[in-house]
Design a protein around this ligand. Structure first.
Ligand code: HEC
Length: 317
């Protein structure tokens, strides 16, 4: 036989290579493609059958050729076949080398003199695989020590920190994609023209009946002035829209029919009314809303007096 790898090894090896290639090329996230995608397993079963089929065809071709040989050639062929495959011989030799130790027949060379009630001891060398593993671990220990204790390599704490930072970035990314995750505590004013346009559409479809197209108010209060019944600013407005107004007033909880992202859009749109003058606007209701986080108004320079020693004093009125 020309081929040195026997068929019972050849088929699994080729099959394994194909499986690995399939896993590497098909993107199936963290899970294995054979588990995630049933068609992949079907394909692999087909490949396996094909491999076995090819092997069988090659076998029978060999058989046919064998029948055409004359007696002498058959003899030579048989001899070659029965000799062990090169791979097997290599595996056996390597194993013996790694294991070290003496053959049974040579054991008298290493037997020790002690005799414990008839039990005697062999002075075997350490098995090479073990010995070299031990040396390798010593080398590893030095490399490890140098890297982490001398050259300040990245330790677990640094790795954790890096992972946490990476996770933060990923969460931000995710939130950008998942706009519906907002609630009144996280909502921010949307400034994108597309969001405001969507907000306008939602407002015109749901809110104009009570608040008027220009926000002037009707059944519902005026949304253009600085006075708010339920609190101004994006967070309060979002909350009012989401949870509704006071019972019996007519402002329902819109979270039943609008998605969080839509409520954020319409809230941002509603805030655009601030400072506009609606035709026929409703009188003010509620209190003036002051955003506690807003920057304090600039102090007029006329209220300041520069003293000679450069200390600023603010005039009280
Ligand atoms: C059926 C009439 C009605 C509809 C429709 C309606 N509202 Fe209202 N809205 C009201 C009333 C009434 C109030 C006052 C609630 C209160 O006094 O508790 C109010 C209050 C509000 C407030 C708070 C005003 C303040 O001064 O605190 C906002 C913001 C608001 N609505 C936005 C909207 C938005 C956005 C829509 C559409 C998605 C909408 N409303 C649809 C009747 C309505």
């Amino acid at each position: 036989m020309k081929n040195s790898i026997p068929a019972w090894l050849r088929i699994p090896i080729v099959f394994l290579i194909i499986v690995v290639l399939v896993e590497l090329t098909i993107d199936s996230g963290n899970k294995l493609a054979i588990i995630e995608r049933p068609e992949v397993s079907l394909f692999l079963i087909f490949v396996l059958l094909l491999l076995i089929g090819i092997e069988a065809i090659v076998r029978s071709l060999e058989n046919i050729l064998y029948q055409t040989l004359d007696a002498e050639a058959k003899e030579r062929y048989n001899l070659k076949r029965s000799s062990q495959s090169k791979v097997l011989i290599w595996v056996k030799e390597t194993y013996a080398k790694l294991r070290g130790g003496k053959e049974m027949e040579e054991e008298h060379e290493i037997i020790l003199d002690h005799n414990y009630d008839g039990i005697r001891e062999l002075d075997n060398d350490l098995p090479p695989w073990w010995l070299y593993g031990f040396y390798a671990s010593i080398v590893f220990a030095f490399v490890y020590m140098a890297r982490y204790h001398i050259f300040d390599g990245e330790n677990q704490y640094d790795e954790l920190q890096a992972n946490l930072e990476q996770a933060k970035v990923e969460i931000e990314e995710y939130k950008k994609g998942a706009k519906d995750l907002v609630d009144f505590s996280t909502v921010t004013v949307l400034v994108d023209a597309s969001d405001l346009k969507a907000g306008k559409t939602i407002y015109e479809m749901n809110c104009v009946a009570c608040h008027k197209a220009d926000g002037g108010g009707g059944i519902g209060p005026n949304l253009t002035d600085k006075h708010w019944i339920l609190g101004g600013g994006i967070k309060n407005v979002f909350k009012t829209i989401s949870e509704g107004g006071r019972a019996g007033k007519g402002m329902i909880a819109w979270k039943q029919s609008l998605k969080p992202a839509e409520m954020a859009q319409v809230s941002s749109y509603v805030l655009q009314f601030q400072g506009t003058t609606p035709t026929d606007g409703k009188e003010q209701e509620g209190d003036i809303w002051v955003d506690e986080n807003a920057p304090k108004e600039a102090i007029p320079s006329s209220a300041m007096e520069v003293k000679s020693n450069d200390v600023l004093e603010i005039e009280k009125d």
